[in-house]
Design a protein around this ligand. Structure first.
Ligand SMILES: [Fe+2]
Length: 285
C-alpha cells in the first residue's frame, strides 16, 4: 500500500493520504504511522468512512482502546457493546429532544483529554461524520514548542512542581476550588512532563483543566498559570483544523492540547471519539 505523510505548513500536524483505514494494516505500516504520529503529534486521515467497529479496530492497532472517564450512568450515548469506549461529540438530539452525545454546543477551551486522571489516555481518535457549515474547528497546540518558549526564570521556579488538574465536564469554565473538589475528578500532575516515547519535555497545563500550582501562594500561582496558558496557546504553536466529513484525527495527548471554535447551534456537528490507554505522567528531569 503506497501512502504519503505530508507535514502541515504549521507547528503541529501532518496529513496521511492513500490509505484505507477499514483494512487491517501490516506491521511495517503500523510502525510507520505510529512513528509519524510521534513526530507530528496530530495525524489527519482524509476521506474515511468508518463504522464504530472499524474505528475501534483501527485504533486497536496502536494500543489498547480506553474506557471513558464519564461514569457510565451519566453517558448520553447509546453505545451498546462498547463498554464506554466510544463517545459521540455532538449537539444532535433524539426525537425526545435529548442529546445523543457529549460536549454538545459551541466553543471549548484548550485542554488535554483525561489530564485529570491518574493514567491519562495517550491518544484520541476523532472521526468527523457530520459538520456545520462553518466553525467547530479544532485547534491543536504543540506543547513541546510551548515548553521551549517558557522563559528560563519560570522554568527554574517551577522545576519539579506539580499542577492540580481538575475537571467537571464544562467547556468554558474552570473548576471553582472555593467550592471544594468533592465529586470532581482531579489529579496532581507534573507541570513539565517527559514524553515516555520521544523523551522530549512538554508543558502540561491547560486553560480548562489546570487549577493551581503546587507550593505557591494563590496569587503567584494564578499569575504564573496565566502566563503558562498564554504560552501554551500562542498562535505560533497552534494549527487550526477545518474538518471535512470523513476526516479522522489521531492526536497525542501527552504533548498537545486542543480546543474547539464556536459554531452555529442550529446546525448539527457529529464526531465519534475513541481513545488509547496511557500511563501515569512522568515529570521532566
Ligand atoms: Fe478533548
Amino acid at each position: 500500500m503506497a501512502f504519503t505523510i505530508t507535514p502541515f505548513d504549521a507547528p503541529i500536524g501532518a496529513e496521511v493520504s492513500g490509505i484505507d483505514l477499514r483494512v487491517a494494516l501490516e506491521k511495517p505500516i503500523i510502525d510507520q504511522i505510529y512513528q509519524a504520529w510521534l513526530d507530528h503529534i496530530v495525524l489527519i486521515f482524509r476521506d474515511q468512512s468508518l463504522s464504530k467497529d472499524e474505528q475501534v479496530a483501527f485504533a486497536n492497532q496502536f494500543g489498547d482502546v480506553g474506557i471513558r472517564a464519564t461514569p457510565k450512568d451519566e453517558q448520553n450515548e447509546v453505545t451498546n457493546g462498547y463498554d464506554g469506549s466510544i463517545m459521540l461529540v455532538t449537539n444532535q438530539r433524539d426525537e425526545k429532544g435529548n442529546y445523543i452525545g457529549s460536549l454538545q454546543d459551541g466553543e471549548m477551551w484548550f485542554h488535554h483529554d483525561m489530564s485529570y486522571r491518574p493514567e491519562p489516555h495517550k491518544a484520541t481518535l476523532l472521526h468527523a461524520l457530520e459538520l456545520p457549515s462553518t466553525g467547530g474547528n479544532t485547534k491543536f497546540a504543540n506543547q513541546y514548542l510551548a515548553y521551549e518558549n517558557i522563559p528560563d526564570g519560570i522554568k527554574n521556579r517551577l522545576h519539579g512542581r506539580k499542577v492540580l488538574q481538575a475537571y467537571n465536564f464544562t467547556m468554558l469554565e474552570k473548576v471553582d476550588l472555593e467550592k471544594g473538589l468533592e465529586g470532581i475528578q482531579h489529579q496532581w500532575q507534573p507541570i513539565f512532563v517527559k514524553h515516555p516515547e520521544t523523551g522530549k519535555t512538554a508543558l502540561y497545563v491547560s486553560r480548562l483543566i489546570s487549577a493551581v500550582i503546587e507550593g505557591l501562594e494563590q496569587e503567584e500561582s494564578a499569575e504564573i498559570l496565566g502566563r503558562l496558558i498564554d504560552i501554551a496557546e500562542d498562535p505560533a504553536v497552534v494549527y487550526e483544523h477545518i474538518w471535512q466529513p470523513g476526516d479522522l484525527a489521531m492526536w497525542d495527548n501527552r504533548c498537545s492540547t486542543h480546543a474547539r471554535t464556536d459554531f452555529p447551534a442550529e446546525e448539527t456537528r457529529l464526531l465519534r471519539r475513541c481513545t488509547l490507554e496511557g500511563a501515569p505522567m512522568i515529570g521532566a528531569a
